[in-house]
Design a protein around this ligand. Sequence first.
Ligand code: ASP
Length: 352
Amino acid sequence: MKFMPDNSAEKASILLIYTGGTIGMKVDPADMALKPFDFGQILAEVPELGKFAYRIDSWTFERAIDSSDVEPSLWQSLARLIEEKYDKYDGFVILHGTDTMAFSASALSFMLEGLTKPVIFTGSQLPIGMARTDGKENLISSVEIAAAKQDDGHAVVPEVCICFDNMLMRGNRTTKANSDNFRAFISENCPPLAEAGIHIKYNTGNIIRPENPDGHVRAATKLDTRVSILKIHPGITPRVVRNILCGEETRAVILETYGSGNAPSAKWFLDIVREAAGMGKILLNVTQCLAGTVDMDRYATGKMLKDAGVIGGYDSTTESALAKLFYLMGKYADNDSVKRMLDIDLRGEISK
Ligand code: ASP
């Protein structure tokens, strides 16, 4: 389906939220490193935004950050801000560094319960002041998508997304896969929700519609971050595995396994997995592969994990699995409820 830019019809209002990242950085002559600059300069750099008949307000957090410094507290602030400003705007665009954008977009997708409006994350690989920057295109497309409405006035894309290099992707399906190219993000297990060419073409069949399109968003800001990630690799040692799986600080561990959810069949490895399961840890299996799904029934090495108490994460990204665990563990004090909810597709994050 094609939607024309909404610059003749009813005005839309957008809140542009700046958190930091390359899009708003410039070279500091003192050490030649990229550092964040004043957000006001970004709008001055993109006069094209003025051609839309939209009201675009901006919001800057006190300190613009490189997204390597993102903490869950930023997600809580973003969720609260969107909840507070929800009635005033038709859509939200969040400027964010690319390094952890997939984590933040995943987190917000779970935390914004009952979302009915677009929340579009974007950023750039080159700072906006540079001649070949990708920041302008990314920002302009994001604003247009955040403002797009259906004939009945409801948002075309009422989801948390990442818009990058002409692709609109469901946020909790994305991974940063390239540190150099303009195509920084991939969404291998979920087709794009839109593609921007001459027109923005929306894949409406893939876009999730809210149960109550006129409802108000609720920010679920209670997060439990006691999660570790164990990436399986040849040569991994019992001590490393035990430290991560049975550590006192962890309530859940994401096992990044091979292929369709396989791990070593060595007795010591399975004994530690059983020990962790016996301690009540939530053990979630996601694949190291960029595409495809976990199916622990396919190989004996996967079956052993399942029998030892590991739960399958379907085709979830690691970023999304982490965010879903933070969110569910913040909501439920008992691990059985968390495990039950992990198996449910809450925001289009897994294919079942
Ligand atoms: N280090 C930067 C950040 O994530 C990279 C970027 O913005 O692309 O904030």
